[in-house]
Structure formats: structure tokens, C-alpha cells
Unconditional design. Structure first.
Length: 212
């Protein structure tokens, strides 16, 4: 009988901890929407203290650290970068097939300008899950930064194959055509992006294309 009571007590405690962890992480997501990233980190740390195997807690915490990389303080940026990488790596340690962790870890590398490291992680993410237009788009951006514009174009086109309504990829295709001094195709792709709701290059389109 004592064993049954002990088992029941452990189950109740585990359930309560799980509920508390979920509440903390739900609150962390609210902090994300409010752009209160430091407060979000604190909530994730509380969740991890309760459950050191919580993949979501490490994943969210890594995202908050990445969001704090703002190119205003090199020392702070590097500390946030290292924390982001450590937390994404913990997610991958807990789940080797976590494609999003590889993708976002690549994004943290990219935010610091470590393009080759970013591309390695993006490739690993794709190896796990091929249908990820956002990853192909990011690979295109990295290649454009390296000056590999034809390779960049191929990745943007691949992103569009997987998601024909992905406005950002059309916008980036427009950028590549603009780099190639092909204004007609640049304008066509920027226009398509805007029609799909992505307005990242709307000013460029208005300046360069409206008269055409």
C-alpha cells in the first residue's frame, strides 16, 4: 500500500512540474511577442531548473539569445551567440533529428557573420527534412553574401518549388536579378513578392520599377 501511495505521489508531483514548466514556457512566448527577450531567458531558465530535459525550454532560450544579437556591443553579441549555440546544441543532443534546431543554430552563426558554419547547419537541417523552403532561402542569402550569385539563385528557386507562395524567396530572386543588372526580371520578382504579401523590397520596387 505504501508503494502505491509513493507511486501516486510521484505521478502527481511529475504532473505538477510538467504543468508548471508549460506555464513558464507559455509565459516565455508572451515575452517573445513583447520583445522582452531577457525576461524570456529567465523564464526558460526556470523551466530548465524544473525539467533539464525540456527541449522547448532550451530551444526558446536559444532563440531569445539570438534575438539579442544586435550589432551594437560586440562583447554582448558574442556572449549571446555562444549561449544560443550552446542551447541549440543541447536541443540537438536531446533530439538528433531536430531539423529546426540545426536551422536556427545556422541562423545564429549567420547573425554573427559565420557564413560557412551557417551553411553546414542549414545543410544538416535539410538532410533531416528536405521540405523546408525557409532553409533554402537562408542558404541562398548566405551564398549571395559570399558572392556566389548563381548558387544563391538556385536556392531561392528551390525554396519556391517547395512553396510557390513564399514571397521572401521571390524578393531575394529579385535582388539577384538586380545584381545581374536585369531590371526587368528583378521588378517582376519584387512585384510577385509584394503581391504575396512580402514588402521587404517595396521601396526598391517603387524606386526602380514603377515607371516601367
Amino acid at each position: 500500500m505504501k508503494y502505491i501511495y509513493l507511486l501516486l505521489s510521484l505521478c502527481i508531483t511529475s504532473f505538477a512540474m510538467a504543468q508548471t514548466t508549460k506555464t513558464l514556457l507559455d509565459s516565455a512566448l508572451v515575452k517573445k511577442e513583447q520583445l522582452k527577450f531577457t525576461e524570456g531567458i529567465a523564464l526558460c531558465e526556470q523551466a530548465i531548473a524544473l525539467d533539464s530535459t525540456s527541449i522547448d525550454a532550451y530551444f526558446y532560450k536559444a532563440g531569445f539569445h539570438t534575438a539579442l544579437i544586435n550589432k551594437k556591443n560586440a562583447s554582448a553579441d558574442y556572449q549571446n551567440y555562444k549561449a544560443a549555440i550552446a542551447n541549440y546544441s543541447k536541443v540537438i543532443e536531446l533530439d538528433l533529428k531536430h531539423a529546426k534546431a540545426f536551422f536556427f543554430r545556422g541562423g545564429a552563426h549567420d547573425a554573427m557573420g559565420f557564413i560557412e558554419d551557417a551553411l553546414v547547419d542549414y545543410q544538416q537541417s535539410i538532410a533531416i527534412e528536405v521540405n523546408q523552403p525557409e532553409v533554402y532561402n537562408s542558404m541562398g542569402v548566405c551564398n549571395a553574401k559570399k558572392g556566389n550569385i548563381d548558387m544563391a539563385m538556385s536556392y531561392f528557386e528551390k525554396a519556391i518549388i517547395f512553396n510557390p507562395s513564399y514571397g521572401k524567396a521571390y524578393s531575394n530572386k529579385g535582388n539577384i536579378y538586380d545584381m545581374k543588372r536585369d531590371l526587368k526580371n528583378a521588378c517582376a520578382n519584387w512585384k510577385k513578392a509584394i503581391e504575396l504579401g512580402y514588402t521587404g523590397n517595396q521601396r526598391r520596387y517603387m524606386a526602380k520599377c514603377k515607371q516601367n
